[in-house]
Write a protein that binds this ligand. Structure first.
Ligand code: G6P
Length: 611
């Protein structure tokens, strides 16, 4: 949450900061601000999106080649101009941008107020910059040392960039639990919360570790810890093309990402299935094969859509690897002293690799002695680095706040993991694993066929876009899809929607059904097909309006349902990868018809780096 960008080099900083903020806007869009050093610190900030800031600055030329920019997702204090970042210290000597939460800010603030400091905003960030100034003035240390001393007093999470007017040739940045990437160009550095603002300038990047502070001048960087140990930075190559960050002619990133799924699913499996031997190769798990073979239980931790992918994985892993699986919300797992044994394997699923609760849950599982694996999309992200081993999903950058292609890439990678573990445990016969792997390889083409029904889904969306509530029902592998369909609709159209296991409908939701309640059934041909047909009858008997996702060729449900959307036949474990696609499109079109901002829904952020 919150996007951070910083620049020091030979070019004008402002255009680089603004275009960086636009790339990072998916992290938060309550307010935006920039500071550029040019003798004085020129600070502009504005409630609302980056476009509002640009408009506010309008034609004012902002010159200077050192600066910072921020896009905010409000934690402390409402989203207004005053609480927007950058924040300045009392004397105006320092400016800061911050992503994270300073948990002991009220105690620090009290001490500073007693010393005579006054505060303009409600933010924890302003407290940190006042503290830095206080140390700088009273201890007579360098700006870098003042930042270091201050961070030693801080409890909480931070990714920060600091400029000191009295030391105008440097930019200082630090992290704890909130990501900081430093792009190394020719005579310039670009700091950002992730690699997306950096890739246009350089592919060489350093990802700071927790408790590290970097001091950058135009042509040098030094990194030390807050305990003052000097660190040798590890420079990595960003594997990301600029086109992946553009809308590519689509109206929204979400639509582009839905339509990219034939490619992203194929990428997530590329080089991982050997069609000659019908086996799975996951290089990231090669070193932990023995531990996986010995594993007695798997615990999956995740949040949001990734948690839904985890639920699909529960069905997959129990069916194929015959190993008990528990799926936990990371935010619950981390605070309930969970029982984790040494022969448990924990799998953390996270698109961003930065979700604060999932990251904290990973650390707890490690402390308890479990092997912890990551299933992340963002290469080099905190969870990817914190886990012992893992598998990247390789879906490419996902910009739309509502997750689509990341979900299908997670499910396809988790399907491969289920087969991989089944091979280690010898729990699945060759014939079955061949059927599943062949089915997985056919998914990209089948998704392409589903996407051809886009126009039909537009028509259905037009009929239901005024609804106030929706119910999504599915069983077995399609139950997590029902949850995911409901979440997509809620997130972007603000229509209340609930996902339920179809049979549970009788224990509550059935009371809601009348002629105003659209019910989306995921009713494909699988073990529970007949039972779901009965559930559809029960809804129709109560005048509910039924939209059903069915297997192509189904002759029963089209006679019952108001609308059907067909998906190609596939083994049941593969169906979530197909049945979710029409639900993504349905919520997208409904949200567009309701005039909602699909890519940046209110109150949400793509990367939730605060708990
Ligand atoms: C936020 C995003 C969701 C995402 C969830 C978990 O809520 O809006 O799309 O599913 O975080 O994020 P992660 O990056 O850990 O998968």
């Amino acid at each position: 949450m919150c996007g951070i960008v910083g620049y020091i080099g030979h070019r004008e900083a402002y255009p680089i900061l603004i275009s960086g903020l636009k790339r990072l806007e998916y992290r938060g869009y309550d307010s935006a601000g920039v500071a550029v050093l040019n003798g004085d610190l020129n600070i502009y900030k504005k409630q609302g999106k980056v476009a509002a800031l640009e408009q506010h600055i309008d034609e004012t030329p902002i010159h200077g080649s050192i600066g910072m920019g921020h896009t905010r997702w409000a934690t402390h204090g409402p989203p207004n101009d005053i609480n927007a970042h950058p924040h300045q210290s009392s004397s105006g000597l320092f400016a800061i941008i911050h992503n994270g939460i300073i948990e002991n800010y009220s105690l620090l603030k009290k001490e500073l107020v007693e010393k005579g400091y006054t505060f303009k905003s409600d933010t924890d960030t302003e407290v940190l910059i006042q503290l830095i100034e206080d140390i700088y003035i009273n201890m007579e240390v360098s700006a870098e040392e003042a930042v270091r001393y201050a961070l030693n007093k801080v409890v909480g999470a931070y990714g920060i960039v600091v400029i000191c007017k009295a030391e105008p040739d440097k930019l200082i940045t630090a992290r704890r639990s909130s990501p900081i990437a430093i792009g190394i160009g020719e005579g310039e550095y670009i700091i950002a919360s992730d690699a997306t603002p950096i890739v246009a300038y350089t592919k060489n990047v350093i990802y700071l570790d927790d408790d590290e502070i970097a001091t950058l001048t135009i042509d040098s960087h030094t990194i030390r810890t807050i305990k003052n140990e000097v660190k040798t930075p590890y420079i990595q190559k960003i594997e990301m093309e600029l086109e992946a960050l553009e809308k590519g002619g689509y109206e929204h990133f979400m639509l582009k990402e839905i339509f990219e799924q034939p490619k992203s699913i194929a990428e997530s499996m590329r080089g991982r299935i050997d069609p000659t031997t019908n086996t799975v190769w996951l290089g990231g798990l090669a070193d932990v094969r023995e531990q996986l073979e010995r594993a007695r239980r798997l615990i999956i931790i995740a949040c949001g859509t990734s948690w839904h992918a985890g639920l699909v994985a529960e069905y997959l892993l129990e069916e194929y690897a015959r190993i008990p699986v528990e799926v936990e919300y990371a935010s619950e797992f981390r605070y309930r002293n969970p029982i984790v044994k040494k022969d448990d394997v924990v799998i953390a699923i996270s698109q961003s690799g930065e979700t604060a609760d999932t990251l904290a849950a990973v650390k707890i599982a490690k402390q308890k002695g479990a092997l912890v694996l990551g299933v992340c999309n963002v290469v080099g992200s905190s969870i990817a680095r914190e886990t012992h081993a893992g598998v990247y999903t390789h879906a490419g950058p996902e910009i739309g706040v509502a997750s689509t292609k990341a979900f299908t890439a997670q499910v396809s990678v988790l399907s491969l993991m289920a087969i991989y573990i089944s091979e280690l445990k010898d729990s699945l016969n060759r014939h079955k694993s061949q059927e599943v792997l062949t089915g997985l390889l056919q998914v990209p083409e089948k998704v392409r066929q589903i996407l051809k029904q886009n126009e039909k889904i537009v028509e259905i969306a037009a009929l239901f876009c005024e609804a106030s509530n929706f119910l999504y029902l599915g069983r077995g592998y399609n139950f997590p899809v029902a949850l995911e369909g409901a979440l997509k609709l809620k997130e972007i159209s603000y229509i209340h929607a609930e996902g339920y296991p179809a049979a549970e409908m009788k224990h509550g939701p059935i009371a809601l059904i009348d002629e105003n309640m659209p019910v989306v059934f995921i009713a494909t041909k699988d073990e529970s097909y007949e039972k779901v047909v009965s559930n559809i009858e029960e809804v129709i008997a109560r005048k509910g309006r039924v939209i059903a996702v069915v297997t192509a060729g189904d002759e029963v449900i089209p006679e019952l349902a108001d609308f059907v959307i067909e998906i190609p036949a596939a083994p049941q474990s593969i169906q979530p990868l197909l049945s979710v696609i029409p639900l993504q499109l349905l919520s997208y079109h409904i949200a567009v018809m309701r005039g909602c901002n699909v890519d940046q829904p209110r109150n949400l952020a793509k990367s939730v780096t605060v708990e």
